[in-house]
Write a protein that binds this ligand. Structure first.
Ligand code: SAM
Length: 329
């Protein structure tokens, strides 16, 4: 298993999470465990890292990397060291359930670094990259039912066009969907390369030449989002994650897609609102209190130096918030 993932904006994530020794922090997207390692170092002695990933390869990798990190931690026996790292092969939408399973009532920090790891794109063999002739799978969780191949080969043309337009913001969504339906009438589309060739042929040459990205980039991203239901679960996850924080606890979300970032921004703003009574009400009847304070008025982007060293960081955006003390009225 070749895991090569350079964590994005580590310093920015650590400073917004404000990790301290003794903290209990959940990294909900372990991936190559770069952020998790940095967090684990900061919260010792005494802290607990809860790690989640829906990809079992990521869990295997993280478990080795984090155990190695703990080996050097002074003054703890093996059982104590093990109790400081709790890893779960699960979807982060189950965070509240996971915490109740291990008896953690509330957290000091939650991190979600959304999207794919470099390992998944380059080495998982699951067809995430249009550059590789791999089966059209795209499941982050190999136990999930639906693959990208199922969607491409069985969805009605309208549904395909919707996925490409909504999730990929692909201008030629309808045309690409029509070409896919025509191609699959002959034989099923089995590999990432076959699909990339169909998409490339469907995008008009003059438009493809103007794009800075491969003509299949947006379609592949859209399919991946649909297969893993990435946008559907994000909003509820944010609400649950904030509920799982102690007052003063922090949530940090790194996204790579404008639609994801919009969901984070909108939900944070909603949770920061106080009274939502109509403006013509003479007094407040809703008694609503802000749940969080947004720490990133402007979205945080990686510095040029980081993008230079790690071009995959280019589209990363970080938003963070702190849970407020709720005052009962
Ligand atoms: C960008 S990578 C994280 C990289 C990581 N922060 C690091 O430092 O290496 C995203 C990871 O999140 C996982 N993931 C994405 N959505 C998830 C979800 N809903 N539940 C659990 N894991 C998820 C993916 O499988 C992938 O391993």
């Amino acid at each position: 298993m070749v895991f090569r993932h350079t964590p994005v904006m580590v310093n920015e994530v650590l400073s917004h999470l404000n990790c301290k020794p003794g903290d209990q922090v959940a990294d909900c997207t372990l991936g190559g465990a770069g952020h998790a390692r940095a967090i684990l170092k900061r919260i010792q002695p005494g802290g607990v890292l809860v790690g989640i990933d829906q990809d079992s390869d990521a869990i295997r990798h993280a478990s080795a990397v984090l155990a190695m990190e703990m080996e050097t931690a002074p003054g703890m026996d093996m059982a104590t060291k093990q109790s400081r790292i709790r890893l779960f092969h699960d979807n982060f939408q189950n965070l509240p359930h996971i915490l109740s399973q291990i008896g953690i009532a509330s957290l000091d920090g939650v991190l979600a670094d959304l999207g794919l790891s470099q390992y998944q794109i380059e080495a998982s063999g699951r067809g995430f990259s249009f550059r590789q002739n791999e089966p059209l799978d795209m499941r982050m969780n190999a136990d999930a039912e639906t693959t990208a191949g199922d969607i491409v080969n069985a969805s009605p043309e309208k549904r395909l066009a919707w996925i490409f337009k909504e999730y990929g913001e692909e201008r030629w969504a309808g045309r690409i969907a029509a070409r896919i339906v025509a191609a699959r009438a002959d034989k099923s589309i089995r590999t990432a390369k076959e699909l990339a060739d169909i998409v490339e042929a469907a995008v008009p040459r003059r438009d493809a030449a103007k794009r800075k990205i491969h003509p299949a980039t947006k379609v592949f991203m859209a399919l991946r989002i649909a297969v893993n239901r990435e946008l559907e679960i994000l909003d509820d996850f944010i609400i649950d994650a904030v509920n799982c924080l102690k007052p003063g606890g922090r949530i940090c979300i790194v996204s790579f897609h404008s639609l994801e970032d919009r969901i984070v921004k909108t939900r944070f703003r909603e949770m920061e609102k106080a009274c939502v009574c109509p403006p013509d009400f003479p007094v407040c009847v809703c008694r609503r209190q802000p749940e969080i304070r947004i720490l990133t008025r402007k979205v945080v982007r990686p510095a040029e130096d980081e993008i230079h060293v790690n071009p995959m960081a280019r589209s990363a955006r970080l938003r963070a918030a702190e849970k407020l003390l709720t005052v009962s009225t």
